[in-house]
Design a protein around this ligand. Structure first.
Ligand code: PMP
Length: 409
């Protein structure tokens, strides 16, 4: 503060608030750095493979969303390189104006077919899909009804909308029904994660569909962690439950199984047409670059042509769920390749991540607000390309660290 004095309209003299004061008062991250417990922005010197290099040291990566292990696949990389050769490095504009290339339109057709919807629309990130789609659809007389554990981008999409926003208790269909009853008569959009990103549990879609039908609500699923993972052919949560035709909108991101960056929304022709002309994060932001788009297209082909990858991902998932449970760890409600190790106290979670790092294992820490207060966890996630030997090393490191911290006996 420079102690400047300003006068308000009543001529009383007040001290001005410095907008930057909050920055100098923000010490939480610095305390963690000082204590040697800071687990964020770690610099990786290699590709996003089952093993990565950090500070010149090889570590097993169980903190990546590269579920099918495609980010370093030769065909995906070749497609990206060829797209750069043909179209260059960027689009220099939004989809709406000069930024729509042949490959954007081709990818939209491919994704629509893959997701089994009439149409799809390609965005530059998954976050932008949720911002743009929810704010475009939920107008001032409508209500967005969302799960308490939905991803931050859904919450922010709701914040940008002019409608009301209501959160129901996590995966609690009775609570959802109470809200639907309350808002009878309004336009209603239920937005849920297909697979919840922190605890790896799956939405109760069969009941949600029944309720949506009974109360005239529409359904949008954020399938960031479902696509390439759930369903017989990797088409996601709706395929997993055999309810593809009952879900109005399916959102996906390219930053997980699809090995790139960007996102899409898929649904019926009319809705996609409306979103295309209303979503501000699409219209006023540059389109995804050629390399990213071509990589997604190649990744979709691989998902369709190499179903053994999904099978291998599930073998790894079962091995780790069983392994952690038999060591005595609490893995919460997880039923997917996202496996949280429940720790509870934030400080212990930070310590555990660092101890695991010393053992050569890369994990992620989730503390409030990513998870409820007092429910800190170590988030692990698996790839189709992890070997049994790597996974065994992960389990023995967890056993050693878990015993030291008194989490298991
Ligand atoms: N939804 C969910 C459930 C996510 O986990 C993420 C990414 N962490 C997003 C949306 C945003 O996707 P993107 O990384 O493409 O911005």
């Amino acid at each position: 503060m420079d102690g400047r004095l300003v006068q308000d309209s009543s001529m009383a003299v007040k001290k001005a608030t410095d907008i930057f004061e909050k920055c100098s008062k923000f010490t939480r991250a610095k305390e963690l750095i000082f204590a040697g417990l800071y687990p964020y922005f770690r610099v990786i010197e290699s590709a996003q493979d089952p093993e990565v290099m950090i500070n010149g040291r090889r570590m097993i990566m169980v903190g990546s969303n590269n579920y099918l292990g495609l980010t370093n696949h030769p065909k995906v990389k070749e497609a990206a390189i060829n797209a750069v050769k043909k179209y260059g490095s960027g689009c220099a504009g939004s989809r709406f104006l000069n930024g729509t290339l042949t490959i954007h339109v081709e990818l939209e057709e491919k994704l629509a077919r893959f997701i089994r919807k009439e149409a799809a629309l390609v965005f530059s990130t998954g976050f932008q899909v949720n911002l743009g789609v929810i704010s475009a659809l939920v107008g001032k007389d409508d209500v967005a009804i969302i799960d308490k554990m939905d991803h931050a981008s859904i919450i922010d999409g709701c914040r940008l909308s002019y409608g009301e926003v209501k959160k129901f208790r996590h995966n609690d269909m009775a609570d959802l029904e109470r809200m639907l009853q309350h808002y009878d008569g309004k336009g209603k959009l239920i937005v849920v994660d297909g697979v919840f990103s922190m605890e790896g549990d799956v939405v109760n879609l069969p009941r949600l569909v029944e309720l949506a039908k009974a109360y005239g609500a529409r359904i949008m699923i954020d399938d960031a962690h479902g696509i390439g993972v759930l369903g017989r052919t990797g088409r996601g949560t709706a395929e997993h439950f055999g309810l593809e035709s009952e879900v109005d909108l399916i959102m996906g991101t390219y930053s997980k199984s699809l090995a790139s960056i960007g996102g899409f929304i898929a649904g019926s022709e009319d809705i996609i047409h409306f979103i295309k002309h209303s979503a501000r994060s699409l219209i006023f932001s540059a389109s995804p670059p050629p390399a990213s788009v071509a990589a997604v297209s190649a990744a979709v082909d691989i998902i369709e042509n190499e179903p053994e990858r999904i099978a291998r991902l599930w073998d790894n998932t079962r091995k780790m769920l069983d392994g952690f449970r038999s060591l005595g760890f609490q893995v919460g409600p997880s039923e997917t390749p996202i496996i949280p190790i429940m720790v509870g106290d934030g400080e212990t979670a930070f310590k555990m991540a660092m101890m695991l790092q010393e053992e050569g294992i890369f994990t992620n820490v989730a503390v409030s607000p990513a998870v409820p207060d007092g429910k800190a966890l170590i988030r692990t996630s698996y790839m189709a390309t992890h070997t049994d030997e790597q996974l065994d090393r992960v389990l023995s490191a967890f056993e050693k660290v878990g015993k030291k911290l008194g989490l298991i006996s």
